[in-house]
Structure formats: structure tokens, C-alpha cells
Write a protein that binds this ligand. Sequence first.
Ligand code: MG
Length: 291
Amino acid sequence: MKLVTFERGGPRLGIVVGQEVVDLASLGSRELPDTMIELIAAAPRFLPRLEELAASREGERLPLGSVRLLAPIPRPRKNVFCVGRNYAAHAAEGARAQGREVVVPEFPEFFTKPPTAVTGHDAEVRIDPEVTRKFDYEVELAVVIGAGGKNIPRERALDHVFGFTIVNDLTARDLQRRHGQWFKGKGLDGSCPMGPWIVTKDALPNFADLAIALRVNGETRQQSRTSKMVHDIPAIIEHLSRGMTLEPGDVIATGTPEGVGYAMDPPRFLAPGDVIEAEIEGIGILRNRMA
Ligand code: MG
């Protein structure tokens, strides 16, 4: 199932069925959730009913092309977790660009992006030249946590996954370097496009080996497979949850493959007017225009 949050006089929940969105609020049911986090937190209760709805003709259906999608979780309850240097070829290109020795992290390297960075599919992302001159893209498969937990072993990690979406880990490289810690350079407003929807885990069984790509103005810049992650999703969940509680609706972006702009020779950064398409097989395309 593909689940969306969209704008209709406020954020609404919907199910994508073909080229239509079923507006859950149109059913006028008190039993159904109002927000994606609520849905995720009680997924075992809600998902069977949503499957039924998707297969029926109940509820108001809007053409997908006519609705403004928001990020599936428009305002996460906490920072979006991210993994750095999780594709060997990306770790290598970064080291090359900085004249450093190639280091592929032995353990997942975690950082976060604040909830204020989150934006949706087709939203414009403003680049302020007073703030950054080196804005860059990173397509990433993102995991959405379902059942919360702590000290989750890799064997049970997938029991805690609700579904998957796409994150573009937009990064101000100049700020990332200047401030040492990555948080500032990766935390600017609008720098976490997410979407276009969440695909539930059952609908994406092959998540460990999906084509992942990113295009700028139609030109392919990144192209790889999720099977090339250094630390796979069960390992990421195992490490992140060690001594730290994960909660329903937490989002973990799992790292980007090679082909980022700053590692090109010469480097190529984003400019106003650029259209970025981050695509993952089985999920779709997350598109944003730089303004
Ligand atoms: Mg990244």
C-alpha cells in the first residue's frame, strides 16, 4: 500500500490506488486515524481496514495529479536519523575530493536532520546565497519505524519496520565543513525532502536490492543499488536502537551512493531552477525544484 499525507484545507491522510488518492477523512469515520504517526503507531489495527478500503469503492477519490502532497510525515516528532558514508563508492569519492585516505566506517555513522528541514514532493526548496554557496543532493532509501523498541537485534529488526520512503539529504557542503559536526550543514529549512509516499513493508519485499538514482535537470548523477549499502537495514536498526529507544514514525535515511556534486571534478552544486528527481525502484520519484 502507498500512504500519503496531502493538503485539503489542512493535512489529510490518503491511500494511493492507481492514479487516485482515497481521502480517508471523506469517510467520516471516527475509527480511522487523522495523522500518519497515529496510523503507524496503531498499524496492526488500521492496516487491514485500509486494505479493505483500497479494494472497495468507498470514500472520495481525487486524481493523484490534482492533489498537493506533503511529506508523508509532515512534522516528525524528532529529528530524522541519517547514516553517513554507507556506500563504499561514496565514501571513496568523498575521501578523494578532500584528499584524504578512504575510510569505510566500521560502525554506522549517525547524524540527524531537524523536523523543520522536512518538506514534501514537488515543494520548492529555497537556496539562500547568503547562507550557502555549495548546496548538494543525496538520494537515500529511508526506513519508517513501526513498532518502537530498544536493543533490537538484527534478526528482529524488520518486525520494527513500517515501510519505506525516499529522502533527499540536501547538504550545504560549506557549512558541513565549516562547523565540523554535520548537523548545521544538513539541517537547513527545506533540506529534507521526503516522499512522495510511504510504501508499506509488505509491498516492498525487495528493499535490500533496489535501483536507486538521482537526476538533476534530467541528467543522471547517482545510480546504484541498495544492495551496495555497507551496513544493511537490520544492522542500522540494531546499532541505532542499542540503548536508545526507537518510536513509531521515526525515520532513518540509510545513506547515499556515489555521484554527489561536491565530489565531481570540478564540483557541481545546485542552483535556483534546478529540478532534482530522486528515484527508488518500487517507491517512485521524489521531485523538488530549487528556488
Ligand atoms: Mg546522506
